[in-house]
Design a protein around this ligand. Structure first.
Ligand SMILES: Cc1ncc(COP(=O)(O)O)c(C=O)c1O
Length: 482
């Protein structure tokens, strides 16, 4: 903040709670300065840090072309223009809430039903978390969150509300599954420091793991929440992005069927159309709470982040086209599965493994063997090489509060097939050259030379790392990988 202006603002506004100044944005900056384009900038940075689903947008485009009446700005829909343009009730259009409730049930395999009167709108899942934190906790209170977790929770839950997120440490030894022991340890740890735990926040399916939570784990969480009178907030933003077995289980199902004694007043679901539909620009977030007081308060709060009535109108029509939605969900899952398989098998070919996943728009890539040592610093060194030399903006595990260095989230649903192949070529080339150069570099300790393949051409751009030893120690398996 420029000299003297900080005191003009609130402490929160002048503070750093948004997180945008974090070093983790370096990758985004590198991409912004030099964005990859297959034809115009084939040596640019490929954006693999964005969990965006661009694989099935053509289906939505096609639907909107075939349904001009769903838009109030077409000749076929203009008769509704005045009604919709004037609508600003924070309950939302009744047909929108109705369609959304039905669709939320459809995404969850028709195993549960949702009550439209409990559907509250917000500006994306981002706004939903901010609203829920406002409703559920006071400054200084805490949510417990299994690691690794979506980094922006620190902003969404904490910035305005002043609550803390405390990690529940999960480990690769059991594929980062959440255990009751880890939950109890985090809960007891918070209490011993005099911190009031108000909630447990989980993301199911997980970002960044791409895995889903089992029914038993969800039941354990519901029981723990009931026993300790803490809220359970389930972010299910990737519920419709599960592309392989096992099937997704929603907390709604567990509450209704598996844990009849669960105190429903403590259960809240966050959903959004940003991921399953690839519509983050529409800013459609949903809070679905079983608690009447939370529904009432969140609804009043939704005045601050209403979904535009024009968007509600369009979506009400699209979501209630059940036949289209079924086709969309099936085709989207098929495309996500194909992309996931192509990407992870490409990595496997060069000896890089990923956590087995069946959901989401990304893979959790294991580069532990490439670290010079098992420290967060070594992870960040490797990350910088990947950004600046391999020219892929991936996200380091530390940014997800992962306690084990060496894991990286790689998004692969936000690009076309050709771009993904370029990304794979670059990784392959990087790993192979590291293998070949190992002995030579170790002996000479000269500058590391790295060539990035240029797709469709014989040209290879050779980039010398100006100071490899500034980036990695002589012990680095990056230097010595065999
Ligand atoms: C787990 C999770 N929750 C929430 C969000 C934010 O979604 P929205 O665009 O709906 O605000 C994201 C986006 O990456 C996410 O991964």
């Amino acid at each position: 903040m420029g000299g003297g202006s900080a005191e003009l603002l609130s402490r929160i506004a002048a503070g750093d709670g948004h997180g945008e100044n974090s070093s983790y944005f370096d990758g985004w900056k590198a991409y912004d300065i030099n964005p990859f384009d297959l034809h115009r900038n084939p040596d640019g940075v490929i954006q693999m840090g964005l969990a965006e689903n661009q694989l099935s947008l053509d289906l939505i485009e096609e639907w909107s072309i075939n349904h001009p009446e769903a838009s109030i700005c077409t000749a076929q829909g203009a008769s509704q223009f005045r009604r919709i343009a004037n609508f600003q009730d924070y309950h939302g259009l009744p047909e929108f809430r109705e369609a959304m409730a039905k669709f939320m049930g459809q995404v969850r395999g028709g195993k549960v039903t949702f009550d439209p009167d409990r559907v509250v709108m917000s500006g994306g899942a981002t706004g939903a978390q901010d609203t829920l934190a406002f409703c559920l906790a006071d400054p200084g209170d805490a949510y417990l969150v299994p690691t690794p977790y979506y980094p922006a929770f620190d902003r969404d839950c904490c910035w305005r509300s002043g609550i803390k997120l405390l990690p529940i440490e999960c480990h690769s030894s059991n594929n980062f599954a959440l255990t009751r022991e880890a939950l109890v340890a985090a809960y007891d740890g918070a209490r011993s420091q005099g911190i009031r735990v108000k909630g447990i926040l989980v993301t199911n399916p997980s970002n960044p793991l791409g895995t889903i939570m089992g029914r038993d784990t969800l039941a354990m969480l519901a029981e723990f929440a009931t026993e300790h009178r803490v809220h359970l907030i389930c972010d299910e933003i990737y519920a419709g992005s599960v592309f392989a077995k096992p099937d997704f289980v929603s907390i709604a199902e567990v509450v209704e069927r598996d844990v009849p004694g669960c105190d429903r007043d403590l259960i809240h679901i966050v959903y959004s159309l940003s991921k399953d539909f690839g519509l983050p620009g529409f800013r459609v977030g949903i809070i679905y709470s079983y608690n009447d007081a939370v529904v009432a308060c969140a609804r009043k709060m939704s005045s601050f982040g209403l979904v535009s009535s024009q968007t509600q109108y369009f979506l009400a029509r699209m979501l209630s086209d059940r036949e289209f939605m079924a086709r969309f969900l099936a085709e989207s899952a098929r495309r996500l599965a194909a992309r996931h398989e192509r990407f992870t098998s490409g990595l496997r070919d060069v000896g890089i493994s990923c956590l087995p996943g069946n959901a989401g728009l990304f893979s959790w890539m294991d580069l532990r063997s490439m670290l010079r040592d098992k420290t967060p610093e070594a992870e960040l060194e490797l990350w910088r090489v990947i950004i600046h030399k391999v020219k892929l903006n991936v996200s380091p595990g530390t940014s997800f509060h992962c306690g084990e260095p060496g894991w990286f989230r790689v998004c692969h649903a936000n690009m076309d097939d050709e771009t993904m192949e370029v990304a794979l070529d670059r990784i392959r080339s990087f790993v192979q050259q590291e293998h070949k150069a190992k002995a030579k570099r170790w002996a000479a300790r000269g500058p590391l030379r790295l060539s990035l393949p240029r797709r469709g051409g014989a040209t290879a751009s050779h980039l010398a790392l100006s100071s490899p030893l500034a980036l990695m120690s002589p012990q680095s398996p990056m230097v010595h990988a065999s």
